[in-house]
Design a protein around this ligand. Structure first.
Ligand SMILES: [Zn+2]
Ligand SMILES: [Zn+2]
Ligand SMILES: [Zn+2]
Ligand SMILES: [Zn+2]
Length: 280
């Protein structure tokens, strides 16, 4: 009973396909071969399974009354019986490989009765792209990267972003002790340039040089100059070779001698006067 219901459904669906194809189609669950478009073959494949599950085989179809009438077609009834006897054992073989852009084709053939049908293998849509730089990016213009499918030739492009400038630096003005210098950066690709200041170096003090030797009683002089620009940075006095402290001591000693000398002379004169007064 269940099988009968399924068979009926097969026939009914087949009638619908018939209407879909805009021509009345007479379909039987029987053995046979047919060819169809992708959509149709998918529908019929579904139908075939239902038929097979029910123990029948979906077979020949062509122009007909649009209604399945087994009683009018005794030959078909016979094929149905035959179909029941063959439990199809389909062996699939790909006759045309599907590519990224083109549909492939597969034939399923029954190893027992030779019944066969074709199935469309849909195009994979998976392109095998190879990239190639068709235009190098520079510092002013974007580049182009082209992807081309090795199989079907389909292609598309991608933008390569603008690259950084390639600046080369050169000192266009040296910095001095007091004046700043300048570095110029120039792009080797587009010629774009900009400058940067080099800060003034400032003086660099060298070792002090004696310009006037110190005498015994006269001071000397030491001068410190910049090693770069020779400018005098500082002048230093050098003390005389005879120490000042000794000079003071010497003066003090001389002063003491002078005072003592004078005192003795005065006292001698006083004594001489008083002796003269006594004797007189
Ligand atoms: Zn078979
Ligand atoms: Zn492709
Ligand atoms: Zn540049
Ligand atoms: Zn200097």
């Amino acid at each position: 009973m269940k099988k009968y219901m399924l068979l009926k459904r097969c026939l009914l669906t087949a009638s619908m396909i018939g209407m879909f194809m805009a021509s009345t189609v007479h379909v039987q669950c029987t053995e046979g071969t047919f060819y169809s478009s992708k959509e149709e073959s998918q529908l019929i494949e579904k139908l075939r399974k239902e038929c097979e599950d029910a123990g029948y085989t979906l077979g020949h179809f062509g122009s007909g009354s649009g209604q399945t009438d087994n009683s009018q077609d005794t030959s078909n009834q016979e094929t149905v019986k035959q179909a029941k006897s063959c439990e199809h054992d389909y062996v699939e073989s790909i006759t045309k490989e599907a590519t990224c852009a083109e549909d492939g084709e597969m034939i399923s053939k029954c190893s027992k009765c030779g019944d066969s049908y074709k199935t469309v293998i849909p195009a994979t849509g998976k392109h095998d792209y190879v990239s190639e730089t068709t235009k190098e990016a520079t510092c002013t213009e974007a580049g182009v990267l082209t992807y081309t499918c090795k199989v079907c030739g389909d292609s598309y492009t991608e933008e390569i972003p603008i690259i950084d400038h390639k600046y080369e630096e050169s000192v266009t003005k040296d910095a001095t002790c007091l004046e700043s210098g300048e570095i110029t950066y120039t792009c080797s690709m587009c010629g774009d340039s900009y400058t940067e200041e080099i800060a003034a170096t400032g003086h660099e003090a060298g070792t002090p040089i004696v310009t006037k030797e110190a005498g015994w009683f006269t001071p000397g002089e030491k001068v410190t100059r910049c090693t770069r620009c020779e400018e005098v940075l500082s002048t230093e006095a050098m003390p005389s070779r005879f120490p000042v402290a000794y000079l003071y001591i010497l003066i003090s000693v001389i002063a003491i001698f002078v005072i003592v000398g004078i005192s003795l002379t005065v006292m001698k004169k006083k004594n001489a006067k008083s002796k003269l007064a006594k004797s007189a």
